[in-house]
Design a protein. Structure first.
Length: 370
């Protein structure tokens, strides 16, 4: 079986899923040259790479990209094409030329997150057109599956669940660079990711006021970039033992942040699934997360953290404070995170899920063509 993966979703997710596909099929990943080339040496050599010039959404040079993608498909002759995300504008123009093979489309978020201006730059008509053309849709959990079936009128058999894989390349990077937790660091909570209010940042700020009244040594590190960075900078200014790392950080710095933390906090008020959770699992770090969406489903299924009601700073503060002072509980949750990364979120487990998804897509396409 030949599978061509198009990097139309987040880089880290695309690398993990494409490498999983390469363990069960002859696989090629087509994506932006600027993102793929620097990582070529760390990837499984079984995965063929096709780095291309990837213009900005608004550039007419995307017409050339469509032509080059179709040329890669013609040369590779895949049995199916897997779009690793649906945030595409120009590549949907390739769809009429792909009718002779199954198309799998990964939907990371069935509905847009509140305030997600970046995703709105891709016209929703293009996104929904790609979803309609899919032989099979892929989502990350049962809640997103239910939403996708309702939103797009798909039978449940055409919407398959593929767990978000653990982002193991960060753990491998730590090993390769010899990075270890810094000694004599205070108990540390890490928030990492897009700085947007729907991530629960106002409730984290309020919760941290309560935590510092309970634990006089704990430290909060917030790292990331996003449209609410200026608001957050002001909100954190009066809080003790807070550090803001603003911007897109180099990968070794990201790895060190996870090594140096005791807990990862995901206080989201709205969520589907989380790449940060997948990174925490890879790094063996326990989480405190909101009981919402498929984020909560993964935390429950893996046992890698505590769940709290969303938008409840008192409950969030209580969970953080309890775990910061209970090393044994943290160790148990950390062990569960590591087990998840090696078990249900591992490349092997994801590959087996892909095997079933690809078989379903091929069978459905054959029945429709008959």
């Amino acid at each position: 079986m030949r599978v061509l993966c198009l990097m139309t979703g987040p880089l880290d997710y695309a690398l993990e899923v494409a490498q999983a596909a390469a363990t069960i099929a002859r696989a090629m990943l087509v994506g932006p040259r600027a993102e793929l080339e620097p990582r070529r040496e760390e990837l499984d050599p079984a995965l063929a790479l096709a780095p291309l010039s990837w213009p900005r959404h608004r550039s007419l040079a995307n017409l050339r990209l469509v032509r080059e993608v179709l040329a890669r498909i013609a040369a590779f002759r895949p049995d199916l094409v897997h779009f690793l995300g649906d945030s595409v504008l120009w590549l949907h123009l390739a769809l009429p030329f792909l009718r002779d093979r199954p198309r799998i489309v990964t939907v990371h978020d069935v509905e847009l997150h509140p305030g997600d201006v970046q995703s709105k730059r891709v016209p929703r008509a293009s996104v929904h057109g790609l979803r309609r053309a899919a032989t099979v849709l892929v989502v990350h959990g049962p809640e997103q599956r239910r939403l996708a079936c309702a939103r797009h009128g798909r039978p449940i058999e055409e919407v398959r669940i593929l767990p978000h894989p653990a982002l193991d390349r960060f753990a491998r990077l730590a090993s390769r660079l010899g990075l270890v937790p810094r000694p004599d660091r205070p108990p540390t909570v890490l928030f990492f990711g897009r700085l947007m209010r729907y991530k629960g940042l106002p409730f984290l700020v309020e919760a941290w006021r309560r935590v510092t009244a309970i634990d006089g040594c704990a430290r909060l590190v917030v790292a990331g970039a996003g449209p609410d960075a200026a608001w957050l900078r002001s909100a954190l200014a009066g809080l003790p033992r807070c550090e803001l790392r603003e911007g897109h950080l180099p990968e070794p710095e990201v790895v060190q942040l996870f090594l140096d933390c005791d807990l990862v906090v995901l206080p989201y008020v709205e969520a589907s699934q989380s790449g940060v959770l997948a990174l925490a699992a890879a790094m063996g770090r326990p989480v405190v997360a909101s009981a919402i969406g498929d984020l909560a489903h993964t935390v429950r299924a893996t046992g890698m953290g505590r769940l709290v009601p969303p938008a409840d700073p008192e409950a969030l503060a209580r969970a953080l404070a309890e775990l910061l002072t209970d090393a044994d509980a943290r160790a148990r949750l950390a062990a569960a995170a590591t087990a998840a990364a090696r078990g249900p979120l591992s490349r092997t487990a994801v590959a087996e899920c892909l095997r079933g998804i690809y078989a379903e897509a091929l069978a459905r396409h054959a029945r429709r063509a008959a």
